[in-house]
Design a protein around this ligand. Structure first.
Ligand code: BTN
Length: 327
């Protein structure tokens, strides 16, 4: 038993832990130091939130079904005992999880703090583009990391995030996602995930890295705005079945913890190797559209800083720091 019941949230955690076995209302009331009526009210509130709970005479309460929402309790149940994930702040609807994460980081949030929302009304993409984040259809989250590294190494965490999400998608949803440099994930040739990395730093050290992850999970084609329909996809479209968002969110966070630890222990080389294995860009002829020019060549790899190396037709190697890549 991991949690003492003291409120509705810890009662839910206990019901989840019980794995379908009945929990005695009287035992919960005694443990929490409240009346049986108070326990009954928590149960009613959980039912109103979409949990299906059966009351079995003389035995207690049995959890029979959970709603499709990303509550901290559901994510934690899927995580098991993973130590990387700290506080999980869950919102129904926010403009964007990014400013909330920045505020939390400024107030000293610990490594592994997660901000997750069912819906973003003003989701942010790279290069100040909007990011469509429909209610209950995807995973829209920002993770706060506080590694002890100099600021020039922070972009490596974008690659850590891309590898983590790519592998979690494969493991949880069975979809073969691939990374398109720098940080898009494609499935079936269309964008299924975007990653936005932002930084709080002093000149010589990182204070916090905020990794914003947007995964299109359960949209049907018509759920995307018309302009996105030819270029966006979801895991449900790719796999033909609905994906459990709490399991996937937990999978991403578990992988992110593992890859961050690997990076802090062994440095960038193992991450670079994993990234190159998962990338669709490497070895391909690509067009890199930068603010100043358009270059065509073969993508040969990435550097320690995450810079894409392009071999141009005259054989010279050019480093691409920021560009839109067309395959
Ligand atoms: C991109 O590909 O342009 C990056 C998209 C990043 C979207 C995520 S969703 C969670 C977090 N909150 C935001 O407003 N943006 C990021």
């Amino acid at each position: 038993m991991d949690s003492t019941v003291k409120d509705k949230e810890s009662l839910l955690a206990r019901l989840l832990e019980a794995g379908g076995e009945p929990l005695s209302g009287q035992a919960i009331a005694d443990e929490a130091g409240v009346s049986r009526t108070a326990v009954w009210k928590w149960i009613k509130e959980l039912e109103e939130e979409g949990y299906r709970i059966r009351s079995v005479r003389k035995k207690g309460y049995v959890l029979e079904g959970v709603p499709d929402i990303l509550t901290p309790e559901l994510i934690r149940k899927e995580l098991g005992g993973d130590e990387f994930v700290g506080r999980i702040l869950h919102f129904d609807s926010v403009e964007s999880t990014m400013p909330i994460a920045h505020r939390e980081a400024q107030e000293g949030a610990a490594d592994g703090t997660v901000i997750i929302a069912e819906e973003q009304t003003s989701g942010k993409g790279r290069l100040a583009r909007p990011w469509t984040s429909a209610a209950g259809k995807g995973i829209w989250m920002s993770v706060i990391l506080t590694p002890d590294i100099p600021p020039h190494k922070a972009p490596q965490f974008t690659l850590i995030a891309a590898v983590s999400v790519c592998r979690a998608i494969r493991e949880t949803a069975g979809v073969e996602a691939r990374i398109k440099w720098p940080n898009d994930l494609l499935a079936g040739g269309r964008k299924v995930t975007g990653i936005l990395t932002e930084l709080q730093a002093d000149p010589d050290r990182v204070k916090a890295i905020i990794i914003g992850i947007g995964i299109n999970v359960n949209q049907d084609p018509g759920d995307f705005p018309e302009s996105l329909q030819p270029i966006a996809t979801s895991l449900k479209i790719q796999s033909g079945q609905k994906v459990d968002r709490a399991k996937l969110a937990a999978g991403v966070l578990r992988r992110l913890g593992e890859c961050s630890r690997l990076y802090l222990e062994k440095g960038f080389p193992p991450i670079k190797k994993m990234w190159e294995e998962d990338a669709i860009t490497i070895g391909r002829r690509v067009k890199a559209v930068t603010v100043r020019e358009t270059l065509t060549g073969t993508a040969v790899g990435i550097t320690e800083e995450g810079v894409l190396e392009l071999r141009l037709d005259d054989g010279t190697i050019r480093g691409i720091y920021s560009a839109d890549i067309e395959l």
